[in-house]
Design a protein around this ligand. Sequence first.
Ligand code: ATP
Ligand code: MG
Length: 346
Amino acid sequence: MSQSQIASARPVILTGDRTTGPLHLGHYAGSLASRLALQHSHRQYLLLADAQALTDNADDPTRIRRNVLEVAFDYLAVGIDPALTTICVQSQLPALAELTLLYMNFVTVSRLERNPTIKAEIAQRGFERDVPAGFLCYPVAQAADITAFKATVVPVGEDQVPLIEQTNEIVRRINRQIGREVLPEAAARLSAVARLPGVDGRAKMSKSTGNSIPLSASADEIRAAVGRMYTDPGHLRAADPGRVEGNVVFTYLDAFAPDREDVEMLKAHYRRGGLGDMTVKRRLTDILVAFLDPIRERRARYAADPGEVMRVLKAGTAAARTVTQATLDEVRAGLGLVLEAEPEPA
Ligand code: ATP
Ligand code: MG
């Protein structure tokens, strides 16, 4: 087998991030860690989802634009390798928009409104009845993203699972309409930490809610964020027994401490009593600083040469344009949207 045949035999991954802000620890635990591992065994595409970011940020397009590079710096800083992973920019791939438009006819508004992720996000953003049409329809656009690359594996956090289900419904509907398996179904692949809570103890660390520790955080910023972290409200004095469950500091230790045994010992001590919040927080701070220091240094080197990073994005986007256009051509032809005279009746 030639090198390119080996590459094409690999299962295809598509994931990405909205370019609403720099990435944070939740992204690392929820998806970047698996992307790093999977880039060696899969054909991986990473999408900088600037068009999707616009669906709830239409009043601030410069924020979206600025963060295309910021997220790219994060990818490269954690070790995403452009020789193994194609990094591309959503708004520069017109086939994605066209597929979205076609798929829109195969999903109902009420199905979109019932999507649990969308429901939660609408509530979180306070849209109520004024939800932008683009926002309500972003699951359709996401189906276009995934299927345009014919991805079968989508490494994501837990919040995304209903969106993959939505994608597969569209895939089945389109394939049924066309009469053959033009599009493959995709499987969500959850990492061990499917949902990292925010430092405030809220369900999910998120760029949009100000409860995150960005991958670019300095030691002082990490210390301040850990200091604010939600612990056990019943644990008033160090001598008191404390609860580990729902205690954000321990959730982070579980996710990021390199030494599992050490974490188990800390947990036992905390449960017994005699271990103060400040001590555990200092431990977590040290671990996070040691983890993020090299990432921040590498990130600063990429940020010093944005022209080079832009070249990576342009090359990746050009490659992605070819792949996504081929899928659009197939779907369009399958649906009979071609500029040809009617075939002769048999
Ligand atoms: P925004 O608030 O703008 O939506 P976000 O922080 O939710 O930003 P996204 O770009 O929407 O980030 O998500 C990108 C990917 O990261 C998704 O696969 C999502 O599941 C994952 N992810 C985001 N936050 C977390 C988290 N706290 N824990 C685990 N995975 C996460
Ligand atoms: Mg999100």
